[in-house]
Design a protein around this ligand. Structure first.
Ligand code: PLP
Length: 337
């Protein structure tokens, strides 16, 4: 186990390290060649997540980026278009992969305050069927969206909307389990309206790598082909899938602890006079000026606390952050602001 123990790393829940139990599960995994469809551990993981989300099939991929990209390539052809939020990870933070590799045009629209996309706004950018236009095929949502949870009533409005506009629905559910824990819903309640859903195992669930794309079997069969094309066909990847299965068994319910610690952090920072946005899951966002941001993050780093100073300060709780770490972070803030 190698980690700079002195540092409290709040940059992201991707920094989590596999625990001893997870490493043992990886060591003991029964393996085969997954490109031949012969790795029983990968199949178990794919089937488990498909069952949990009420989908027909699943596909294990090395990253969430490749999972979203395979979904986009499965839903859209060259000259088609997908609609996504301006702040959507798959539009903004994945190198424009769908355009680069698929000839698929993005149509971004502004995200609402709660992370959703205003369906009137979406309707206004759906193109008519006319050869002047790209063919609008797919609407993409994200849940959680920068820590915010899409409401059940909003999710329920998506299916009739998509049907009336002839759109497919994809969900980037990198942190879907955080959303489910936060609103006390089952995964299926959050996903039944979507044709495909991408779920990350390498975020708060604590696996070292891996995402699973679930959906209709025809979508997954096409995505499986694209995974091979993109170089994501792995061989004895059950060694990674075993970590994912371990995470599903041991690290889902404990996400509630991350959410509670994020709220404690937020309350403490507000008490210090900082402008903290409401917390719903494991992310705390602090609004401050660009000057304050870089000065503050520098001073915090001197006190052993790492976080992401993007357009606002972001603190992410995860399984490497305990109550003692939360206290230390608040003390570090107290002496840094
Ligand atoms: C992390 C993340 C992804 C995928 O990221 P990878 O680093 O490629 O696994 C996709 N969407 C969201 C919202 C994410 O946070």
């Amino acid at each position: 186990m190698t980690t700079a123990k002195a540092l409290i790393d709040l940059r992201s829940d991707t920094v989590t390290l596999p625990c001893e139990g997870m490493r043992n599960a990886m060591r003991q995994a029964i393996l085969g060649d997954d490109v031949y469809g012969e790795d029983p551990t990968v199949r178990e993981l794919e089937e488990t997540l498909a069952a949990m989300t009420g989908k027909e099939a699943g596909l294990f991929l090395p990253t969430g980026t490749q999972s979203n990209l395979c979904a986009l390539l499965a839903h859209c052809e060259r000259g088609d278009e997908y609609i996504a939020g301006q702040a959507a990870h798959l539009y903004r933070y994945e190198g424009g992969g769908a355009a680069v590799l698929g000839g698929i045009q993005p149509q971004p629209v502004e995200n609402s305050q709660d992370g959703s996309l205003d369906l009137n706004l979406v309707a206004s950018v759906v193109k008519p069927l006319d050869f002047h236009f790209a063919r609008t095929k797919l609407l993409c949502l994200e849940n959680t969206m920068q820590g915010r949870v899409l409401s059940l009533s909003y999710l329920q409005s998506l299916k009739p909307f998509a049907q009336s506009h002839g759109l497919q629905l994809h969900l980037d559910g990198a942190r879907l389990f955080n959303a489910a824990i936060a609103c006390g819903a089952s995964l299926a309640e959050l996903t039944h309206m979507f044709d495909s859903v991408s779920i990350c195992l390498s975020k708060g669930l604590g696996a070292p790598a891996g995402s699973v794309l679930v959906g209709h079997s025809s979508v997954i069969a096409t995505a499986r082909r694209w995974r091979k094309v993109l170089g994501g066909g792995m061989r004895q990847s059950g060694v990674l899938a075993a970590a994912g299965l371990y995470a599903l068994r041991h690290n889902v319910d404990r996400l509630a602890e991350d959410h509670a610690r994020a709220r404690t952090l937020a309350d403490g920072l507000r008490a210090l006079g900082l402008a903290v946005e409401p917390v719903q899951t494991n992310m705390v966002h602090v609004n401050c000026s660009a000057f304050d941001l870089s000065r503050l993050s520098g001073r915090l780093l001197e006190r052993g606390v790492m976080m992401n100073p993007a357009s606002r300060l972001r603190l992410v709780t995860h399984l490497g952050i305990d109550d003692e770490a939360v206290e230390k972070v608040l003390l570090a803030f107290q002496s840094s602001i």
